[in-house]
Design a protein around this ligand. Structure first.
Ligand SMILES: [Zn+2]
Length: 167
């Protein structure tokens, strides 16, 4: 099942997500639906709050052959080396601006079986981990862009907010 993706201005994007207490069949079904939704939208990542579900989980597919379903993540190490690369978000369509992110990040999470996984992500994968994690904290990438970039996209954001309010 493909979910509707919540767009900038929707309250669910500004709600801090709650931990997943038990990995139930329902949770697994949501994760499957999130993967379907992400693929349908040609995204590399999708977090539960983006489909109106305030749970700490996200899915990532950066095209490395692994579809990651990530539950209760923690970023346990962020490299001091940062990169300022263009970023976008399925919830902020049409906006692409550079965001400073750590090049490498170590993430700890539970997989679908409830097993603890520690993984290191570099480049696009590391960036996706950080971007999706931010969604769980109700942070959007446009919060992190430079003041100049913010000014450039402010009209577009106002428009998205207006449209989002109508849904
Ligand atoms: Zn996003």
């Amino acid at each position: 099942m493909v979910y509707d993706i919540k767009i900038y201005g929707n309250e669910s994007l500004r709600t801090v997500a709650e931990p997943v207490e038990v990995i139930t069949p329902e949770i697994l079904e949501i994760l499957d639906n999130m993967v379907e939704t992400m693929h349908e939208a040609n995204g590399v990542g999708l977090a539960a709050p983006q489909v109106g579900i305030a749970k700490r989980m996200f899915v990532v597919d950066v095209g490395d052959g692994i579809i990651r379903k990530i539950i209760n993540p923690e970023l346990i190490e962020l490299s001091d080396v940062v990169e300022n690369e263009d970023e976008g978000c399925l919830s902020v369509p049409g906006v692409y601006k550079p965001v400073k992110r750590s090049v490498t990040v170590k993430i700890k999470y539970q997989n679908e079986k409830g097993e603890e996984v520690i993984e290191e992500g570099t480049g696009l994968l590391g960036r996706a981990f950080q971007h999706e994690y931010d969604h769980l904290e109700a942070i959007l990438f446009v919060d992190k862009i430079s003041p100049v970039a913010k000014r450039m996209v402010s009209k577009k954001l106002q428009l998205l907010k207006k449209e989002s309010g109508r849904n």
